[in-house]
Write a protein that binds this ligand. Structure first.
Ligand code: NAP
Length: 287
């Protein structure tokens, strides 16, 4: 079996086009364009690329963007004061603080400082709590993007056995909740998990989010499984690799996402959906 590719690039373009049409329709009803404020702290080169891609995507769908680049040396109170200003700025519907942050800044305090109604990353405890309860809210972008990929590819989740590799607050845990709500039976693996290959072998659906290049081996994967590779790892030669040994796994899986061009673009598309959703929640049509 050779897996069908799940083309995240193409699906993300459809999503961005839909957001663009909805922004135009909203403006046609006399509402302002949604606004996204992006804060980048320091000079991390990966963060620079991620932020640039997010700002470019805003421009493509008519979302206003406000870029705040602050030095590594910024103090936590000063960063929180900037967030507070953005919380109170009516032109800003969404606030994103690009991670990672320098060691002297407590990222939990930063997440807590964002108004939950503008938390378009979906990391605030209020939004994570709503996700936990299965209530509407702003959902973390990467798991939301994975769910959209699965839905758009016509892949059923209900009743599937799903194994998630990684339990981070931004990917693994919210991914587990999304799949649980969609009717999967979930197993969440992490660095303390025993017999991990055996657990992967039991899965109809594998989501790999460990940050270890080509970690998931072809021989571990059940024939006909769906494999979603969230990992983005920069190799020594400058190329990118996912957390899955793509060439080997694609010989066994039924569906697989490539890296690049799989989950990555969907994270950006979900961010734009969340920003529009935040604008609509904050300033709904009166009709
Ligand atoms: P993270 O915070 O470092 O978490 C990694 C998780 O993997 C942890 O739960 C860790 O377990 C687990 N893990 C590490 N080594 C393991 C091993 N040998 N066996 C089993 N579990 C292991 O990473 P993250 O932020 O979730 O990101 C994961 C990957 O996704 C990275 O490559 C990142 O670049 C990528 N990513 C991609 C996107 C996208 O848009 N495509 C978005 C976000 C992240 P413990 O909890 O026990 O330490």
């Amino acid at each position: 079996m050779t897996a069908q590719l799940i083309d995240g690039k193409q699906i993300s373009q459809h999503i961005i086009e839909q957001v663009k049409l909805r922004v135009e329709a909203r403006r046609g009803r006399g509402k302002p364009a949604p606004g996204l404020a992006v804060i980048r702290v320091g000079e991390d080169s990966a963060s620079r690329i991620y932020v640039r891609n997010k700002l470019k995507a805003c421009a493509r769908c008519g979302v206003n963007s406000f870029s705040h680049e602050v030095p590594d040396s910024i103090s936590q109170p000063d960063l929180l004061a900037l967030i507070d200003r953005l919380n109170r700025d009516p032109a800003v519907d969404g606030i994103l603080v690009q991670l990672p942050l320098p060691g002297h800044i407590n990222s939990d305090a930063v997440t807590d400082g964002i108004d939950p109604s503008k938390d378009v990353d979906g990391f605030h405890p209020y939004n994570i709590g709503r996700l936990m309860l299965g209530l509407a809210g702003l959902r973390p972008c990467t798991p939301r993007g994975v769910m959209t990929l699965l839905q758009r590819s016509g892949i059923a989740i209900d009743g599937k056995d799903a194994v998630i590799l990684g339990r981070s607050n931004i990917v693994g845990r919210p991914m587990a909740l999304e799949l649980l709500h969609a009717g999967a039976t979930i197993t969440v693996c992490h660095s303390r998990t025993r017999e991990l290959p055996k657990k992967v072998a039991s899965a109809d659906l594998v989501v790999a989010a460990l940050g270890k290049p080509r970690f998931v081996q072809g021989s571990w994967v059940k024939s006909g499984a769906v494999v979603i590779d969230v990992g983005i790892n920069r190799l020594d030669d400058g190329s990118l690799a996912g957390d899955v040994d793509f060439e080997a796994v694609r010989q066994r899986a039924a569906w697989i996402t490539p890296v690049p061009g799989g989950v990555g673009p969907m994270t950006v598309a979900s961010l734009l959906e969340n920003t529009l959703q935040a604008a609509e929640n904050r300033d709904p049509d009166s009709s």
